[in-house]
Design a protein around this ligand. Structure first.
Ligand code: SF4
Length: 271
């Protein structure tokens, strides 16, 4: 499917007026409060674009305190382009404050951050709007669990909306999320899912944010015998060392620059 037929498909979907409520009793639909969970990523942005055609939807975003500034800029832009209001909620503490208090970092095995700093603040806020449904942007072509809670609905999944569709929708509205270029996706800047290269990029291009992480990591060290690393996949290297590696890498690149051609010739001789 090329880009134009993809766009035609999306437009057709608009015209047909997607019936997200089709599973619910009509009286319940009228009583129901309808929310969209916005993360600042591509999928939830596409979901918000679709839902913004119907005034019944409200939009909610949970701030962990570790969001990239680009996420806040994107939410502001969504509000202005789609003429919507995004409710911002957060936990009483930020993720960073909680880590310092408990001297504990989230990890793939202890993923309390999503529950405490994303899901629970949203649930607490929505409690006052019972009955409610919360639309979550999981695409049809994703292999992810879809049973988060009874209140959750998955319109993209149910309507067969995949990656091409969400990109097309966001492109059409000028709402492709702008992550820092060295990050392959959004999420907290402290996220344990960040790759080594993403972390080196953060150290190099956002030294102030990275210094905050170094401070946080240093502050949770206690009587544990080994260094307690914020990022397990760095083989227990302290973040201070990662910053030095990033700085050394930068110096090497500085010297390399003068010794190599600024531009590549391309496929013919590959100089
Ligand atoms: S982006 Fe990463 S650190 Fe932030 S809440 Fe999600 S899993 Fe946790």
């Amino acid at each position: 499917m090329n880009e134009f037929s993809e766009l035609d498909f999306i437009n057709k979907m608009y015209e047909e007026d997607i019936d997200f409520d089709r599973h619910f009793d009509e009286t319940l639909v009228n009583k129901m409060n309808w929310f969209v969970s916005v993360s600042g990523g591509l999928d939830s942005t596409a979901l918000a674009i679709i839902c913004s055609r119907d005034k019944k939807w409200k939009y909610i975003f949970a701030d962990t305190g570790d969001e990239f500034p680009q996420v806040h800029e994107h939410l502001d832009k969504m509000e202005s382009v789609l003429a919507i209001n995004i409710i911002r909620v957060k936990n009483e503490q930020t993720l960073g404050e909680y880590e310092l208090e408990k001297k504990f970092f989230p990890s793939p095995r202890a993923r309390f951050c999503t529950r405490m700093f994303k899901i629970e603040p949203i649930e607490r806020y929505l409690e006052q709007f019972k009955p409610f449904k919360l639309a979550i942007g999981i695409r049809a072509d994703e292999d992810r669990k879809s049973n988060i809670a009874d209140y959750a609905i998955y319109p993209l999944m149910e309507h067969g909306i995949g990656k091409c569709d969400v990109v097309t929708l966001c492109q059409e509205k000028g709402l492709i999320p702008q992550y820092p270029w060295y990050m392959s996706r959004g999420g907290c800047y402290s996220c344990f899912f960040k790759s080594k290269n993403e972390l080196l990029g953060l150290a190099k291009y956002e030294p102030e944010l990275f210094d905050k992480l170094i401070e946080r990591e240093n502050a949770v060290q206690d009587k544990r015998k080994k260094h307690y690393a914020m990022f397990e996949h760095l083989h227990r290297r302290p973040l201070g060392t990662v910053k030095k590696i990033a700085e050394e890498q930068e110096q090497i690149e500085m010297f390399e620059e003068g010794g190599r051609y600024a531009a590549e010739c391309g496929v013919f001789c590959r100089k």
